[in-house]
Design a protein around this ligand. Sequence first.
Ligand code: NDP
Length: 401
Amino acid sequence: MGKVLIIGAGGVGRVVAYKCAKNSSVFTEIMLASRTKSKCDDIAADIKKDLGVSIQTAKVDADVVPELVKLINSFRPDIVINVALPYQDLTIMDACLETKVNYLDTANYEPKEEAKFEYSWQWAYQEKFKAAGLTAVLGCGFDPGATGVFTSYAAKHYFDEIHYLDIVDCNAGDHGKAFATNFNPEINIREVTQEGKFFEDGKWKITKPHEIGKDINYPNIGPMKSYLIYHEELESLVKNFPTMKRARFWMTFSDNYLTHLRVILNIGMGSIEPINYNGMEIVPLQFLKAVLPDPGDLGENYKGETSIGCRVRGIKNGAEKTYYVYNNCKHPDAYRETKAQGVSYTTGVPAMIGAKLVLEGKWGGAGVFNVEQFNPDPFMEEMNKQGLPWHELHDVDLEMD
Ligand code: NDP
């Protein structure tokens, strides 16, 4: 049906490549390109061995638009799935516009020099994508991604108005390391050390990092300490569902993780300000990334599971209603299938699904879209088929005051 170019060969890129190969009647030709070609070749070899599907590989520096344009023009994909880093979003979008190819990513653009999470830069591409008649799908991982689809599914089928949304993200896994991040350490630490922020009564409210925490009960897992943090999908969800009175995002962090994080920050290793070290300019956080475990290598002994979902309260036919929709994903299952851990798996599967729906014409249109703007139904159906089955509970105590 179509050709896909996947950019980025980390944990998420591995899962996207596996899942596209498993759907080879839709993704008839697959190319995986990244900065380090050997990583693409390793993934391609695993896919050949496990699935008997051949995928092409290439080297590309996705910070450089002409390099991207050259690669895209040589392969001529129908869609580019960007699972490199958020820093590359705009260059890849520029290259897609220049070569007239659809675009999809899993994280909003971030400037390298400032940890700022907002869609403004990418939403500014709206007119360009519209004029080119191309589709850009923003934030199609799990969160953002499936969480936006869960919300629009709730709005479409069960609510007249959504008033309260709590996105709850639990990783009850154990990778056996003293400290490691589940996705790119630099991106992860930038995200979790920022101030907390949530939306209430038409305003954004700021908290100190990890100032608000509470035990939340997760299905099949039990109570886990969860902290209010800012997460990018809140920005698009409150815009696209204007009846919301409050929208918050909660993520679990163990005491051990938070202690390590505190030390990292206190000693300056979390800084993104370049420093001079022995005549060389280094960014402490980038140096830290180099010594931390590679998230792509955590999978083998990773036990436990993740649980991510949306807890929604609102009204239907004049009566108050509550709804909870979630997916649990077991790390060992993800590893068995793709040699990646659950966090990479829960991100990569939705990215493949979004691209599949664009190629099948079920999602589309000219412009830049967040996932909740599309029909949620085919995405929800695919989640059940592609390894991320979801469950729903109606009229339950959401435990979110
Ligand atoms: P990794 O760091 O494991 O992988 C990133 C990959 O991108 C690496 O292969 C890296 O190459 C490549 N890359 C980096 N810079 C460039 C460049 N300039 N040109 C070409 N390739 C480049 O990250 P993850 O796989 O864990 O995460 C991938 C993306 O998924 C990130 O944007 C992350 O924010 C997002 N994400 C989204 C989630 C969601 O639910 N929405 C959850 C988790 C992650 P090299 O190997 O050479 O370093």
